[in-house]
Design a protein around this ligand. Structure first.
Ligand SMILES: NC(=O)C1=CN([C@@H]2O[C@H](COP(=O)(O)OP(=O)(O)OC[C@H]3O[C@@H](n4cnc5c(N)ncnc54)[C@H](O)[C@@H]3O)[C@@H](O)[C@H]2O)C=CC1
Ligand SMILES: O=C(O)C(=O)Cc1ccc(O)cc1
Length: 363
């Protein structure tokens, strides 16, 4: 029996646990500072055993996953390295930054235990074990950051266990990871927060800002709703990379202001053309570090009860809806419903089902 310990049974830890728990030869023990989270995890069948102490979860584990906020990773790694652990035990983590924890582990080695950093590049702005899902990592990239001292055997053992997540394992140098993820995840979160707060300031004088910011503005700023504790830790941890990225950002925005001041239409045109060309080369796979929205639009005549009908139809076919919203509904305009799903397979199943029932569904 392979024993897995999950430290921090929230969204990420709970989702990992769900990937392992249904395997007959794996048992999953959880430890969390909040007993209520462990209770929920047991009730939802996310873990096999809830442990009162870190020792109880970790001592006989073959694999230990640290799934706590980034600011606590070193503390927990340190505790583990001073504990009796099973010889050959592999410790990994799911933190969003990799350079500091990997360097810390390299400086505090122990011959019988191996640390290999990890970052499953999939998630959500939501947190907690109640939103954990076994499919969270499916088709996502899962970065591992071994270094030259990591035995090949240990890396392969961890990669083999992680096949249960159905993610695509990618090996990346830890510092290189932080540079890239800084640009494609951390910087966008900072920009989204700054943008929302800017609009919120205007809205203090004029409520129309909030009203008209429905739809697309809401979508492109979804990530501004990330958990403040988690993001404080990530941004502080990767601050050197982010400060450099923000200097580049300021330069780029400054150039845009210059184009506007000079009424340089060609320059603005070129900026859009350049961005469009690069964007069209981005991979179309839907699971990247920022979760894609799986939204479809359904044209409906404006009549009461339509939301209930569609929700019931999907529910009866066990298709999970994450949100349903009327976008436009007036006597003279046909209604448009936006249906949001948490994954591609639910979205595809809904398109088929609704099409079959005569609804016009658009992506
Ligand atoms: N949320 C996301 O989309 C992603 C998060 N990550 C990383 O995963 C880690 C966990 O994030 P989530 O699962 O989203 O957060 P979460 O808030 O859902 O889960 C964190 C869990 O850690 C527990 N915890 C907090 N302090 C603790 C302590 N002192 N000792 C033991 N347990 C403690 C909490 O009770 C909670 O159950 C973070 O390091 C984050 O950077 C990585 C990829 C995606
Ligand atoms: O909500 C989203 O789309 C995210 O960006 C979630 C997320 C948060 C942290 C990560 O390290 C990876 C993914």
């Amino acid at each position: 029996m392979t024993k897995v310990a999950i430290v921090g049974v929230g969204l990420m830890g709970g989702s990992l646990a769900l990937c392992f728990k249904n395997q007959a030869d794996i048992s999953v023990a959880g430890f969390d500072i909040h007993p209520a989270e462990l209770d929920k995890a047991i009730k939802r069948g996310v873990i096999d055993a809830a442990c009162d102490t870190l020792e109880e979860a970790a001592t006989d584990a073959d694999f230990i996953f640290l799934c706590v906020p980034v600011g606590l990773l070193e503390l927990y790694l340190d505790k583990l390295l001073h504990m009796r652990l099973k010889p050959g035990c592999i410790i990994s983590d799911v933190g969003s930054t990799k350079a500091s924890i990997t360097a810390y582990a390299a400086a505090h080695t122990r011959p019988d235990v191996f640390f290999i950093g990890g970052h499953p590049m999939a998630g959500s702005e939501r947190s907690g074990v109640e939103v954990a899902a076994s499919h969270l990592y499916e088709n996502a990239f899962y970065v591992l950051t071994p270094d030259e001292s990591t035995p090949k055997e240990a890396y392969e053992r961890l990669a083999a266990l992680l096949t249960h997540t159905k993610a695509q394992i990618v090996r990346v140098d830890a510092r290189h990871h932080d540079e890239i993820v800084g640009a494609i995840s951390h910087l966008p979160h900072v920009i989204a927060v700054a943008l929302v707060n800017q609009v919120a300031r205007y809205n203090e004088q004029d409520e129309l800002y909030r009203l008209l910011a429905a739809g697309g503005f809401r979508d492109i700023t979804r990530i501004a709703s990330g958990h403040p504790d988690m993001w404080r830790d990530i941004l502080l941890n990767n601050r050197h990379v982010l400060l450099r990225l923000l200097r580049d950002w300021n330069e780029g925005i400054g150039k845009f202001a210059e184009l506007l001041e000079a009424e340089n239409g060609d320059g603005i045109f070129q900026a859009f053309e350049q961005a469009g060309a690069f964007r069209s080369q981005l991979p179309e796979r839907r699971k990247g570090v920022i979760t894609a929205l799986y939204d479809v639009y359904v044209d409906v005549q404006d009549h009461p009860g339509i939301i209930g009908q569609i929700a019931t139809l999907l529910g009866n076919h066990r298709i999970n809806l994450s949100n349903i919203q009327i976008i436009e509904s007036r006597a003279d305009v046909p209604g448009v419903l936006r249906l949001s799903f948490r994954n591609e397979s639910d979205m595809d199943a809904a398109i088929l089902l609704l099409g079959h029932h005569g609804y016009e569904v658009r992506l």
